[in-house]
Design a protein. Structure first.
Length: 164
């Protein structure tokens, strides 16, 4: 399993991690990103849904005070660092975690599977993506513990088949 970040995600689930034309001085090459993602069975990408949003957590819910100016779920990524279609063909499990939702790459497309408490599906997620997102019929709420300052007492456990 690999956990990595993203700059952009496109309608095919492809990820750009290394080139952002708007701010080329803050990005670098992909480095080992391509090697890491090529064979991982499960990959979790994380990042903000939009860049520059004003966010807060209030009473266990996400509050979007100001929407970000730059959309990160785009029709087509500026550069493909990770290929969504290849991941689907290889049977990789791909998740994208943002502050407002969790998305999963499925054969049919990028699908919203969890929604943050306080986030409005239509206004804060679907309307902020440049391409149509699918919505899981069993859409769940993200774990509420993530939206409180208290420790959530995570514990690490050995992966199946690996000795501790």
């Amino acid at each position: 399993m690999s956990m990595l970040s993203f700059l952009q995600i496109d309608r095919f689930g492809s990820v750009n991690v290394s080139k952002l034309g708007v701010r080329p001085h803050v990005t670098a090459g992909a480095g080992g990103f391509v090697d890491i993602t090529a064979r991982a069975k499960k990959i979790v990408f994380s990042g903000y849904f939009t860049a520059g949003a004003g966010l807060a957590i209030l009473d266990g819910a996400l509050v979007i005070k100001k929407e970000g100016r730059v959309r990160k779920l785009v029709e087509e990524v500026e550069q493909v660092s990770f290929s969504g279609p290849r991941a689907v063909a290889q049977g990789q499990e791909i998740l994208y975690v943002t502050e407002r939702c969790v998305l999963r790459l499925e054969r049919e497309g990028v699908t919203v599977v969890e929604l943050a408490p306080g986030a409005d599906l239509k206004r804060d997620v679907l309307a902020q993506a440049e391409f149509p997102l699918r919505v899981a019929p069993d859409l769940k709420a993200m774990d509420k513990r993530l939206f409180h300052p208290a420790l959530i007492n995570l514990t690490l456990r050995a992966a199946a088949g690996i000795a501790a």
